[in-house]
Design a protein around this ligand. Sequence first.
Ligand code: GLU
Length: 390
Amino acid sequence: MDPIVRMLETVLDDVRGRDAGGVADYIPSLAAADPERLAFAVVGPRGRVTSVGDDDVEFTIQSVSKPFVLALALEELGRDAVLARVGVEPSGEPFNAISLEAGTGRPANPMVNAGAIVTSSLLGEGDEFSRAETIVAGLSRFAGRTLTVDEEVYRGESETGHRNRALAYLTRSHDIIRGDVPTVVETYFRQCSVLVTVRDLAVMGATLAFGGVNPVTGERVVREDVARDVVSVMASCGMYDYSGEWLLRVGLPAKSGVSGALLAIAPSQFGVATFSPRLDRHGNSVRGIQILERMSGEFGMHVFEPHEAIAAPGIRIDRSEGRVVVHLGGELAFSGAERMIGVLSDLADGAVTDDTILVDGSELARAHPAALELLRRQLEVHGGRLHFLD
Ligand code: GLU
């Protein structure tokens, strides 16, 4: 058996028997969800999707749509225009709280409902169907397949969503929301009712983990700076009023939804998604949290844990008659440049007087201009004996 499948299955088996929490019950179709459903998927850098459990069961995306709609808005309007209407501060309050900034009326962040409704209002034109179509098309590009709306869940959301309407009208009173409130709110309900599987969510997450490029389709969905902005907001605000403790314990940007979905991003490594409908008091999937806690711990995925690769670009040194060639690989950032400067000084000091030292940066997977500049300066220190190829 594939070792990744086996590992994912072992983790699922460990949490399967845990039955704490309850399913969301504010609309009949969510209350009817089978609480035993359990699924887990990961997508790595080469776009390989590995999944176990109920991985073909569809459920509604709910609040996990929020980071992706934020991404679409940032891509289309730019950071300043979006931040003029919605903040990026954790609210520390439940998702449906009235978290509006005093004075401006900006919602605290795009992961709470008020902020998500405003972000949703920034996309598309016309009635709720055509606005929602724009959003669903964008979500589909993240997922790499055409997604659809569950009309029954949508009707339930619309029939019960009075608090969301009230939040939207409050933002209207501050002139923050774009467009007609009833249209925007119905669009938001359709957005929450988009059907996905755990595999879709993992692909969507992987697209953010790999800088905006869907690793399955190869399509660039959003710019790299947009993906980074969204992942940052997920890190501070993605798990409702459990976001701070989640960041401390699991250390992965994430977003959860009331249907039991949980999506986590390991930047440059994986998109990870789980589905298990029983929720804790914050609205987060109980077993989803257990799975991610374990995965992050066992694989050292916490983003604030020391990660070696960036401090150690690959270095291979070839010596031949009168020539030393230093081949660089991997990523060259500040710490790598600092390390390389030491290596180059040692080489220059130890080399026979008329040796030429050549630094070959042509195979670097990623080089930050400021780090390259540091290396170039070091080359100047050693006069004409050091050359740089990029
Ligand atoms: N449709 C839900 C709402 O806006 C989404 C809630 C959630 O997943 O947090 O109330």
